[in-house]
Design a protein. Structure first.
Length: 175
């Protein structure tokens, strides 16, 4: 996932005008495009990054296996305690809207280190790096329709959890 996010975001930043908004979302039918309108409204209202969140009133999660749901909830809680970001409760969801100028600044600031995580933990790392830039973050409710997903998830849950915990330690220790 990290390589796809890196390629996609860097290409989008290259093509975007200063006032464009770049949206990332899963392409497996689990994220409904309906949240994009709310995300754009918040960007228009002055927010820099908007996350579709499982932890906002009005959110619904359908069909996610209990273990995976527990691990997402635990990760959210852990990151909120260790790296609180005002306006963010869902650190792992990849359904986001970014002001393109903010991503351009992040690429200039971090260079090749901006998106250097290869797995699903890249989404957490992007938020952590953006949080150092004193941006405005917000969330909108997410309707996660895991029951519409065709085929099996490519995420290796325990490997992803270990890599995400390793990232937490690495970032907490200052690198």
């Amino acid at each position: 996932m990290g390589a796809a996010i890196r390629s996609g975001l860097l290409r989008a930043v290259d093509c975007a005008a200063g006032d464009d908004v770049i949206v990332t979302m899963d392409a497996d039918d689990t994220h409904t495009p309906a949240a994009i309108a709310q995300m754009l409204a918040l960007i228009d209202a002055g927010y820099d990054v908007v996350v579709a969140s499982r932890y906002q009133p009005g959110s619904r999660v359908v069909g996610v296996p209990p273990l995976r749901r527990f691990m997402s909830d635990a990760a959210s809680l852990l990151f909120r305690v260790v790296f609180p970001i005002k306006g963010v409760r869902d650190f792992t969801c990849g359904y986001r809207a970014y002001r393109s100028s903010v991503l351009r600044q992040a690429v200039e600031r971090y260079r090749q280190e901006f998106i250097n995580q290869d797995g699903f933990q890249c989404m957490v790392d992007i938020l952590l790096k953006l949080s150092r830039m004193k941006l405005r973050f917000a969330e909108v409710p997410l309707i996660l329709r895991y029951d519409k997903k065709e085929g099996k998830s490519k995420m290796k849950v325990f490997r992803t959890a270990l890599r995400t915990l390793a990232l937490l330690l690495k970032r907490r220790l200052g690198s």
